[in-house]
Design a protein around this ligand. Structure first.
Ligand code: NAD
Length: 440
């Protein structure tokens, strides 16, 4: 393919050189004459393992050249990758000036050619930037609508500096945010040879993946360092601890605990976090991430309360009271906290939880329920039907399978607030039932 890459920084240089090595005809474009000159001399404008050799090879094979001439580059390209910087403004917001400018420049050339060009935005941008900034700039400067004369896709980049040549050919995944089908097809074809899963996603999802990735990586580093500071204070070697920690691919490094849903609870997580945080305070070791986990969890419960309040109805049915399905353990259940907050605000609450109902009759938790939460035990319904008859809003507290069955029994006007992520929500008749998930 004939490709041009706008922005010859870390991402652009590596992408341009690697696309050329894949056999494509690549033009790198930058406003910096210095960077353009270096590439045309077969040198790398950035320090990156193996890049100088690759640029030199590809330049001599006549598959890679660079220019400051936007017009010539756009005229010769089938696909344009935008890799300009999106640095932080002083207040942390994204600086989109380079994206705006490059889109306006490309659009101005598109106005003069009548061949379809696909534009892929590789720069990291928040959800909405493509729709609200990049595409409007392209449309207004080209005088064309997306799909007529140009196609567009988001194509975030997952390179790590230092190993980016290897990462280009072995990415963890390829992500395409789809605006129009022909552009998505073309990019899929371009990446078809790479040994990585390819995901075609809604544009917002594609943009957000990059931020979720980087936020997660930052949290991982911070977490390891906070555990490290605590370990050192205990005179424990954090490297030995984390070496075993990472070997647990069932619960630690796995999809487990990474599903958006309701707050954590139960008899262990809150208690053990509190013990660590208390020890840290006593020892003058600051662990803001671990402290923040408790605050964030409380905030999540408050958020669920706001969702209920926003609907303005008082008769609430809560399905599932324990902190997760398959248990009758109510200790530190966030659903119990939510129910208590609803009661405090004068809501008329009923609850159905088969496991907790059984526990009330005979289980080891009978005493706990009678001693700690008798006010809540009083609100338990004997059946799902009774709960539904009572409620205008049904709050799904945990993902017990029987809660799925409720979806078929809802009547006109019911609202479901799903904190747990029911699986078969497509069975909900959207016209009759108002469904809202806590994170979706
Ligand atoms: N650095 C990384 O490892 C990495 C990894 C993944 C994603 N990203 C994202 O990719 C984007 C680019 O990052 P980077 O580190 O390569 O940026 P960078 O600042 O190193 O390079 C950007 C280049 O764009 C050029 N440029 C600006 N306006 C231009 C225009 N109108 N026409 C042509 N060129 C223009 C600049 O001169 C510069 O050379 C950012 O959004 C970044 O967040 C970076």
């Amino acid at each position: 393919m004939k490709i041009s890459v706008f922005g010859l920084g870390y991402v652009g240089c590596v992408s341009a050189a690697c696309f050329a090595e894949m056999g494509h005809d690549v033009i790198g474009v930058d406003i910096s004459e210095h960077k353009v000159d270096l590439i045309n001399k077969g040198q790398s404008p950035i320090v990156e393992n193996g890049l100088e050799e690759l640029i030199s090879q590809q330049k001599h094979a006549a598959r890679l050249r660079a220019t400051t001439d936007t017009v010539a580059a756009v005229r010769e390209s089938e696909v344009i990758f935008i890799c300009v910087g999106t640095p932080s403004n002083g207040n942390g917001s994204l600086h989109l000036g380079y994206v705006e400018r490059v889109c306006s420049e490309i659009g101005a050339v598109l106005r003069k050619i009548d061949r379809r060009v696909t534009i892929a935005l590789r720069s990291t941008v928040l959800p909405g930037v493509a729709e609200e900034v990049a595409i409007p700039c392209l449309e207004s400067s080209s005088g064309r609508k997306l799909g007529q004369g140009f196609g567009f896709a988001l194509n975030p980049e997952f390179l790590r500096e230092g190993t980016s040549l290897y990462d280009f050919y072995h990415p963890p995944k390829t992500v395409i945010g789809v605006f129009d089908k022909p552009s998505a097809e073309l990019l899929s074809l371009l990446y078809a040879g790479l040994p990585a899963p390819l995901f075609r996603l809604q544009p917002g999802e594609a943009a957000m993946i990059k931020y979720a990735d980087n936020a997660w990586h930052a949290v991982k580093v911070t977490f390891a360092n906070e555990i490290g500071r605590l370990c050192k204070n205990f005179r424990v070697d954090a490297r030995a601890v984390m070496n075993v920690f990472v070997k647990d691919t069932k619960l630690n490094l796995s999809p487990y605990y990474l599903k958006p849903g309701f707050a954590f609870g139960g008899s262990c997580l809150p208690k053990d976090l509190r013990a660590l945080a208390h020890y840290a305070r006593q020892s003058d070791v600051n662990v803001p991430l671990l402290e923040a986990a408790m605050h964030s969890n409380a905030e999540h419960i408050r958020y669920a309360l706001q969702m209920v309040k926003a609907y303005g109805r008082k008769r609430i049915g809560v399905l599932g009271l324990s902190f997760k399905h398959g248990t009758d353990d109510l200790r530190e259940s966030p659903v119990v906290t939510l129910v208590e907050q609803l009661l405090g605000k004068g809501y008329d609450v009923r609850i159905y939880d088969r496991n907790v109902s059984l526990a009330r009759l005979m289980g080891a938790n009978k005493e706990y329920i009678e001693r700690e939460v008798p006010h809540i035990a009083k609100l338990m319904c004997g059946s799902l039907e009774e709960l539904l008859r009572h409620s205008d809003i049904v709050v799904i507290g945990n993902s017990a399978e029987e809660h799925e069955a409720v979806l078929g029994d809802l009547r006109n006007g019911h609202k479901i607030i799903d904190l747990s992520g029911l699986k078969n929500v497509e069975h909900v008749n959207a016209k009759e039932v108002n469904y809202e998930g806590i994170c979706w």
